[in-house]
Design a protein around this ligand. Structure first.
Ligand code: PMP
Length: 403
């Protein structure tokens, strides 16, 4: 018998497993609200025109090669990425306090970042993630060699807003040196973000408790439509001059999902050790995948580094964010129109790609079985998966599930 014949089957991923189910469903009116990928008003995947143009130019350019990048990726891309999230005039750029490396999208930034944390913070370092959070956070932390994540209270199911009191209480109890994962904007899955005042409060607790924030930014520009607005929380923390980590993804905001384009920035409260930090990040990357892919980083760098293309990209971001907000309005209107019991205001109050509907796991299962509508069992729906053609069908199915 094979040595591998006793390998047990791993549980399917809570989110990606839905795609597989949806794909093999032959029902014509099936709807996929599971995975967070933007879809056009016609329900199709979207390649930003500015991305397409850059790709065509790269393909025609005889100087484009497939040579390896260094372990830490395309330098130009990293510099522009750090500027994008921190702001060009960030205090972190003085005294050589930032180290940015290219990463395999947002997940890769977390994976390299947490491996760095595991090696260089104290052995007892605890990682706190919000309850609830993106389902992959706990996997990445453990795979990085850290103990299982701890959770801090984040969401008030009663009000649909951030449970600031609970969050503060839990963070106050975290031992000094603990890493706190924070969603920079558009919290996934709840769509509830702290207000600016609440961020101030969180920062205060982080500083007093000597905690290390790790910002996960998967939606900069995609949440509000403004790159600046969506970076506010990160920039506020950077201004405080503390040690922190920042992950970035161009999956949603540039639509580069499968190209795996992202960055990790380690920010030190004091400069002077950048080269050592970079050398360690490079060593981690070398053993993990040697060096990152080139194509997507070249595309992103071209857009980030060109005034006209950057402006065009910002326009695209506003359009994508607007379509999502429009779908929020339409879904709530359809639920009111068809008389679904309950208050659905949270659908329009939430921000980002998802709506945390409040549907129970049993209701989610019911909608899948009877209506072929797919969403994660926590009742999270991707608003970008809705269109004018499907919104009423989904609202009617929700009514049937709720009553
Ligand atoms: N963090 C959060 C909160 C996310 O929602 C996502 C995407 N679903 C990611 C990280 C990572 O996505 P990617 O690796 O595709 O950039």
């Amino acid at each position: 018998p094979s040595l591998f014949s006793t390998v047990p089957t791993a549980p399917p991923d809570a989110i990606l497993g839905l795609n597989t189910q949806h794909r093999s469903d032959t029902f014509t009116k099936k709807v996929n609200l599971g995975v967070g990928a933007y879809r056009t008003a016609e329900g199709e995947p979207y390649v930003l025109p500015v991305v397409r143009r850059v790709e065509q130019a790269l393909a025609k350019d005889p100087s484009t090669t497939h040579e390896y990048l260094p372990q830490d990726g395309l330098k130009h891309f990293c510099d522009l990425s750090a500027k994008l999230i921190l702001g060009a005039d960030s205090p972190a750029f003085t005294n050589d306090r930032t180290v940015t490396v290219q990463a395999l999208s947002g997940t890769g930034a977390l994976r390299v970042g947490f491996t760095f944390v595991a090696r260089f913070l104290s052995e007892e370092t605890a990682v706190y993630i919000p309850k609830p959070s993106w389902s992959n956070h706990k996997n990445v932390v453990v795979q990085s060699g850290l103990p299982p994540t701890k959770e801090y209270r984040y969401f008030d199911y009663g009000t649909g807003a951030v449970d600031l009191e609970g969050m503060i209480e839990d963070l106050r109890a975290a031992p000094a040196g603990s890493v706190v994962l924070l969603h920079g904007c558009a919290h996934n899955p709840t769509g509830a973000d702290p207000t600016k005042d609440q961020w101030e409060h969180i920062l205060q607790v982080v500083q007093e408790g000597k905690l290390v924030p790790f910002f996960d930014n998967a939606y900069q520009g995609f949440a509000s439509g403004s790159l600046e607005e969506d970076a506010w929380s990160v920039r506020r923390f950077v201004k405080a001059g503390i040690d922190m980590l920042v992950g970035q993804s161009y999956a949603k905001n540039m639509g580069l999902y499968g190209e795996r384009v992202g960055a990790l920035t380690v920010i030190s409260s004091e400069g002077g050790n950048g080269e050592a930090i970079r050398s360690q990040l490079k060593a981690i990357i070398r053993a993990m995948y040697s060096n990152p892919p080139k194509h997507g980083a070249m595309v992103a760098a071209s857009i980030l580094g060109d005034g006209d293309m950057f402006a065009e990209w910002e326009g695209e971001l506003r359009k994508m964010a607007d379509r999502i907000r429009d779908m929020r309005e339409k879904l709530r209107a359809a639920l009111i129109k068809n008389g679904t019991p309950g208050n659905w205001d949270h659908i329009v109050k939430q921000i980002g790609m998802f709506s945390f509907t409040g549907l129970t796991a049993a209701q989610v299962e019911f909608m899948k079985n009877k209506y072929h509508i797919y969403m994660t069992s926590n009742g999270r729906i991707s608003m970008a998966g809705l269109t004018n053609y499907t919104v009423e069908y989904v609202a009617d199915a929700m009514k049937d599930a709720v009553v």
